[in-house]
Ligand binder design. Structure first.
Ligand code: ZN
Length: 201
């Protein structure tokens, strides 16, 4: 496979210094494992891993929080708004191994609405850090609840965890499903509407 560098947006001097420091730690791990750091495939692995971590943990950075503009609900839309199957990739906080899947996000507006593309931005912001699926689900729900003060919010995340699939109990293809509900979604009929919309083709 061709060797490709991971592109990071406009790396500053401070970023380069962090890459250098993280790379030093990665190099120590590789050396401890007895690997030949002069091997052409490993020679730049330390820096590649460092850049990958900085990219995958971008959500930890100050200022990484997406600027989310909300709009007045002038149409007085009062039904459910749902965005389905929003993909995401994260690394689990316990093993730093990927977990990935998609989220279904819905809310019922009160006075404010939000651009639909923002769901993916919010999800990505919280996914890009060492994460737990349960916490990710709650954080997306809390963010929307805080930003929109809606009648309700529901977030369902389905994900595969490589730390489960690759090792230990080895259950390839098993999906973990988590959900977070706020406000009106505590009512069974509202949750059922969410599930009906989820099943639509
Ligand atoms: Zn894990």
């Amino acid at each position: 496979m061709a060797e490709t560098e991971i592109q990071t947006p406009a790396a500053s001097d401070a970023d380069e210094e962090r890459v250098g420091r993280i790379a030093g730690h990665v190099r120590a791990i590789l050396a401890e494992l007895g690997l030949d750091l002069a091997d052409p495939n490993l020679r730049a692995t330390d820096r590649r891993v460092a850049r990958l971590y900085l990219e995958m943990f971008h959500g930890l950075r100050e200022g990484a929080e997406p600027a989310v503009t909300t709009f007045p609900n002038d149409e007085h839309y009062s039904a459910m708004v749902m965005e389905r199957r929003i993909p995401f990739y994260s690394l689990c906080a316990h093993h730093l191994v990927p977990f990935y899947g998609h989220a279904h996000v819905a809310y019922i507006p009160r006075d404010r609405i939000i651009g639909l593309s923002k769901f993916a931005r919010i999800l990505e912001f919280y996914a890009k850090r060492p994460q737990l699926q349960e916490r990710l689900t709650e954080q997306v729900a809390d963010y929307l609840h805080g930003a929109l003060a809606p009648l309700g919010v529901m977030v369902v995340i389905e994900a595969r965890h490589l730390c489960v699939e690759m090792r230990g109990v080895k259950k390839p293809g098993a999906a973990t499903v988590t959900s977070a509900i706020r406000g009106a979604f505590h009512q069974k009929q509202v949750r059922e509407e969410f599930l009906d919309l989820l099943r639509l083709d």
